[in-house]
Design a binder for this molecule. Structure first.
Ligand code: BTN
Length: 261
């Protein structure tokens, strides 16, 4: 098993954390290519569920759809390893539970509640403050592992090209935010929500997600690799799939880039 030194950072994070599953092992780096990639190596080694990889800086941070994710010092860049015993068709609920946990962690520390933009971006004042890259591997209908990569803009300097579309927690409150404190709060909230999920309380996750999302009733367009769909959102089904009322009738949307119209 790959082992890493217990840095002061890890000691500060772990002290009195008292979670059931999440964050019992924390692997901390100053610099790494991508925490998701390292998490994959740990999965191959058979690492314990709930292990977390965090790095101060990522040199090849990855976003959804093979985009890059700018990850300089001052942000919160980490990945959580999960082995959820749930069916693949419920896989979206893992990401939904993650979004909920991060909203709650951010609310706990700065008192502002980010809005969830489907599928899993978190926005404050319409600007992106957090992105999630969920990498789920399944065999038939069973999830083998899920790596939930989470990037939160905290005290980091944003690249100029992101000024219009992204924000940081520091920018929103005008003060530095403690990375250790934020990380601890998110891990605790993650643990609460994940435990509800694996107990099968899917309604709890779906309802919490709906509470923090503003999507129901909105007119949107969703673009995936091949198609563009326009319609009004009427619901999110039990599996986290978006139901749109379109001119061709009700349409189910599993993934894509969403724009409010
Ligand atoms: C998105 O495109 O919105 C998802 C961004 C996810 C970024 C995080 S940062 C930690 C983890 N490691 C990565 O390489 N990506 C995710």
């Amino acid at each position: 098993m790959i082992s890493r030194p217990k840095t002061q950072f890890i000691k500060n994070v772990s002290s009195g954390l008292n979670t059931k599953i999440i964050g019992k092992n924390v692997y901390h780096f100053e610099t790494i290519d991508s925490t998701n990639l390292y998490a994959k190596k740990l999965v191959k080694e058979g690492v314990e569920e709930g292990s977390v990889v965090i790095s101060d800086v990522q040199l090849s941070g990855r976003g959804r759809k093979n985009r890059t994710w700018s990850s300089p010092n001052g942000g919160l860049w980490f990945s959580i390893i999960l082995y959820p015993k749930i069916s693949l068709k419920n896989g979206m609920l893992v990401t939904m539970a993650s979004s909920v946990a991060i909203v709650q962690g951010i609310k706990d520390i700065i008192g502002i509640t980010p809005v969830i933009k489907w599928p899993n971006d978190l926005l404050i004042n319409d600007k992106k403050v957090c992105g999630i890259l969920a990498e789920i591997e399944a065999e038939k209908d069973n999830i083998k592992y899920a790596i939930i990569g989470i990037g939160v803009n905290v005290n980091n300097q944003l690249e100029k090209k992101l000024y219009k579309t992204a924000t940081t927690l520091k920018q929103e409150i005008g003060n530095q935010v403690s990375i250790v404190e934020l990380f601890r709060l998110i891990l605790k909230r993650f643990d609460e929500n994940y435990n509800r999920l694996i107990l099968g309380d899917y309604d709890f996750i779906r309802n919490s997600w709906l509470l923090y999302s503003d999507i129901i009733g909105k007119k949107i367009q969703v673009q995936d690799d091949k198609t563009l769909v326009i319609g009004r959102v009427t619901n999110i089904d039990d599996n986290g799939i978006l139901i749109l009322d379109t001119e061709n009738g009700p349409t189910r949307i599993v993934c894509g880039d969403l724009k409010y119209l």
